[in-house]
Design a binder for this molecule. Structure first.
Ligand code: PLP
Length: 386
């Protein structure tokens, strides 16, 4: 039991001993631990946000547009531009970060007697959405190179009959892209698969979490291109990463109207504040500026991966997982990654201890931040070697 929680409180039995989830939020010079875009919005974007919020401020005595129609139109326009996919407003849905979208997915399609299947190692919040909605969380392990093991995943779907199949593209913390051929095979299997705890003719929802998709290699399609053919496919997106808008908390989902209507059943009334909606609409007016550093961050990833491979830990070169995202998982054989983490922190650089044993994750910062990371890591690796 967390020390601050009195034993007299009727906390749910299954939550006793649980800790709140979250990466450390520390005040250090170089924060490379939560996969944000390190570039702050331009002053023109800040001015537009302030103006839009000022505009709606006199209406704040009223509840906001519960259906956030203007924002859903903006999501549609963005997806058309970013992925070439044309969807209508009723195929889009927004919430406070894709975390909330995903919780709504579990609330709508999970629950007691229902199973959600993911492919680990993967995003550590997924089991928490499951826990919070009394859904059973199951995993099909990835291959050694962190690509999806499609055979194993399909076998698990056939055995477990999950109501939610959760795939992540690119995956966090590994950075691994999802192959479209693999996704299509899984969609085909799910199209006729029964769901445990549901009636006849019910099939799993396949959710592709594309939180980092804008960092993919140019020319790679988004899973959203398959929505028209697959009514049980849902694609989750966020403004938190490439779009450089994490502080505003805006995520969205693209899917069939049917799936969106299921999320509308479980959402809290007026879940997306008028301030959030106004800020997001203002940011979308500046899509070019907001995305202007994505190419550079992709190049930074490639340069950093190449540099990491030249470094050694206890005589062995560091491994670097292939990444299509704005972060890299590296190491592979750190026998004391907590020490590496602490030594980096002592030098003002915060990264993340996450993923399988022996690995750590760093997200791409500004050029200056990356120079400090390289300098600090090189020094730490020398010290550890001694
Ligand atoms: C894979 C993945 N999905 C979803 C999220 C949630 O992002 P947000 O709630 O900010 O949209 C994250 C955040 O790190 C993530 O890594």
């Amino acid at each position: 039991m967390s020390e601050s929680i009195p034993a007299s409180l009727p906390l749910r039995n299954d939550l006793i001993g649980e800790e709140p989830y979250g990466a450390p939020q520390l005040d250090v010079p170089v924060c490379l631990n939560v996969n944000e875009n390190p570039y702050a919005p331009d002053p023109a974007v800040c001015d537009s946000i302030a103006a839009r919020v000022r505009e709606i401020a006199p209406t704040l005595n009223r509840y906001p547009d519960r259906e956030h129609v203007a924002l859903r139109q903006a999501f549609a326009a963005y997806l058309k531009r970013e992925s070439g996919v044309e969807l209508s407003v009723d195929q889009l849905w927004g919430a406070n970060g894709s975390n909330e979208i995903m919780l709504q997915v579990f609330q709508a399609f999970g629950g007691p007697g229902r199973i959600a299947l993911g492919c680990d190692p993967t995003y550590s919040m997924y089991p928490e959405y499951a826990r919070d909605t009394f859904t059973t969380w199951q995993v099909a392990h990835r291959n050694e190179d962190f690509t999806l093991n499609v055979e194993r995943t399909i076998a698990a779907i056939g055995e477990l009959h999950p109501s939610i199949v959760l795939l992540t593209s690119p995956n966090n913390p590994t950075g691994t892209p999802l192959d479209m051929g693999d996704l299509k095979r899984i969609l085909d299997v799910c199209a006729t698969m029964p769901v445990a705890g549901a009636g006849e003719g019910v099939h799993p929802v396949v959710v592709v979490d594309e939180a980092y998709i804008e960092f993919r290699n140019p020319g790679t399609p988004s899973a959203a291109t398959l929505i028209a053919e697959h009514s049980n496919l849902a694609v989750s997106r966020t403004m938190s990463k490439a779009f450089a808008f994490a502080g505003a908390r805006v995520g969205y989902m693209a899917a069939s109207k049917g799936i969106i209507d299921c999320l509308r059943i479980v959402r809290m009334p007026y879940h997306l504040s008028a301030v959030t909606q106004a800020a997001a609409l203002a940011a979308f007016e500046h899509t070019d500026e907001q995305l202007s550093r994505v190419d550079h961050l992709r190049e930074t990833r490639e340069r950093t991966a190449a540099w990491l491979k030249t470094q050694t830990y206890k005589g062995q070169p560091l491994d670097v997982a292939e990444s299509a995202s704005n972060f890299l998982m590296f190491g592979g054989h750190f026998d004391d990654r907590d020490r590496v983490f602490r030594e980096l922190l002592d030098r003002g650089v915060l990264i993340r201890v996450v993923g399988p044993d022996g690995w750590m994750r760093v997200c791409m910062g500004t050029d200056e931040e990356m120079a400090r990371f390289r300098e600090a890591l090189a020094e730490v690796l020398r010290i550890v070697e001694a």
